[in-house]
Design a protein around this ligand. Structure first.
Ligand code: ISJ
Length: 429
């Protein structure tokens, strides 16, 4: 269901900038809207439009709504880059039946950077701002607000949740042994509390500085740094990165670390699981693209917390599919659901005692041309509503992994600890 039956009339004005402060500095301290990796990305300040979606058709409805908004918009964009002009940032829930809403947010001001090119976009809703309609002015770069407090967040697993996770992994392997399913991705959660007045730019800056091969994001309270590009679609070029297979890093013991990497590269089980994950993305993407190619051998992707087995895909878009349509076609991949897809989704609903919400859904951005970049919402947590007395906000982080025949529950638990590290460390004091 979309929350706006008729497309609003938006006006977006983009202008090049000579330079700007670091994107993180410009973000709102309490409700950041950010998408960044190295010398690229964007930050949103204020909100002109928020669309919400839910249910099994959330991607199709979002794609249609965005197309209508684009067709109805006045866009003045001499910058002409992917991500200039009218842009929305968004986050989509994992499950068709999630109680959490998927969103597209058009910020009032968007400051964006692509290497040494900077630009600013201001988007207004013409219905609610008739005065500015008469005399459109160039957008002004807002000043970065001074940093506030960061007292840190400590995380804990809810009582019984680790036992429940272990029992879930055991039951998943039992069901896999019984046949009809090869892989089920199971996750668990830890919870912390963000004190009132905390400046979320502290953890965001840590994520962005440490996880250089990841997209650091903050959209509607979903905060994290994901290594897995679901799809990037810019000017007809489509790419994706598939991850499956994980080992903890041993950054202070180089030999042990190299051994972990080699184990991952030579394990038949991991290679098999990885091939499945790649195949699921190839199958989903094929109807929309031509010249689909993959990196030859899975390569080891080194992140500060884990090694992953990775494959990069590239292709050419052969029809007018928007980035959100591609996301809808790909989601959920075997990396976050399992194989076969529909059976594994049903198993997750039975075996995980919580609604995943936006975790393992998709987070990214789309522009008026339908170009965009979306990652799988991993290595992240979600802020909840503030306590009316204390102002503190709950923050729930989720991480999981693929369970296959022979998976060891303790080992899987350890893997979730490694995958939670980006968040637990970035949010620490
Ligand atoms: C499910 C997660 O990660 C996914 C699962 C992986 C695995 O099972 O090896 C590896 C990378 C991700 O595709 C997570 O981080 O929560």
């Amino acid at each position: 269901m979309t929350s706006t039956p008729e497309a609003p009339r938006l006006r977006a004005i983009s202008r090049p900038l000579a330079a700007a402060p670091p994107l993180v500095d410009l973000a709102d301290a309490g409700n950041p809207l950010l998408w960044t990796r190295g010398d690229r990305g964007c930050v949103g300040i204020g909100e002109t439009l928020r669309l919400t979606f839910s249910g099994p058709d959330r991607f199709a409805e979002a794609s249609d709504a965005w197309r209508a908004i684009g067709a109805n918009a006045e866009v003045d964009d001499p910058v002409r880059m992917p991500g200039s002009g009218l842009v929305a940032l968004g986050a989509f829930a994992f499950d068709d039946h999630s109680g959490e809403q998927s969103v597209l947010i058009v910020p009032r001001i968007l400051v964006a950077r692509h290497r040494d090119q900077w630009w600013i976009t201001e988007t207004v809703d013409l219905a609610s701002e008739p005065a500015s309609n008469a005399d459109p002015a160039d957008p002004e770069l807002p000043a970065a607000r001074p940093r506030g407090e960061w007292a840190g967040v400590e995380f804990a697993a809810a009582e019984g949740s680790i036992d429940a996770y272990i029992a879930g992994v055991r039951e998943a392997t039992r069901r896999i042994d019984a046949g009809g399913i090869e892989k089920i991705v199971l996750a668990r959660q830890v919870r912390g509390e963000v004190p009132a007045g905390s400046d979320l730019r502290f953890p965001l800056e840590r994520l962005a500085d440490r996880y250089l091969d990841c997209w650091t994001f903050a959209v509607d309270g979903l905060i994290g740094a994901s290594p897995e590009t679901l799809v990037r679609s810019t000017s007809g070029a489509v790419s994706a990165r598939v991850l499956a297979g994980t080992r903890a890093r041993h950054a202070d013991r180089p030999q042990r670390d190299a051994q972990a990497r080699d184990e991952l590269l030579t394990s038949t089980k991991e290679q098999h699981e990885h091939a499945f994950a790649v195949q699921s993305v190839v199958t989903a993407l094929s109807p929309h693209v031509r010249d689909l190619r993959t990196s030859e051998e899975p390569f080891p992707l080194r992140l500060p917390n884990v090694w992953h087995l990775a494959t990069d895909l590239g292709a050419t878009l052969h029809e007018q599919s928007s980035a959100i349509e591609l996301v809808g076609a790909l989601h959920p991949t075997a990396a976050v659901a399992g194989t076969p897809k529909s059976v594994s989704i049903a198993q997750i609903a039975e075996l995980e005692p919580f609604d995943r919400g936006l975790y393992s859904g998709a987070v990214g951005w789309i522009d008026a041309a339908g170009d965009g970049e979306w990652v799988i919402a991993l290595r992240c947590g979600r802020l909840g509503a503030a306590d009316p007395d204390t102002g503190a906000r709950p923050f729930v982080a989720t991480a999981g992994g693929g369970i296959v025949a022979g998976s060891d529950p303790e080992h899987e638990l350890g893997e979730t600890v490694s995958k939670l590290r980006p968040i637990t460390e970035a949010f620490a004091r």
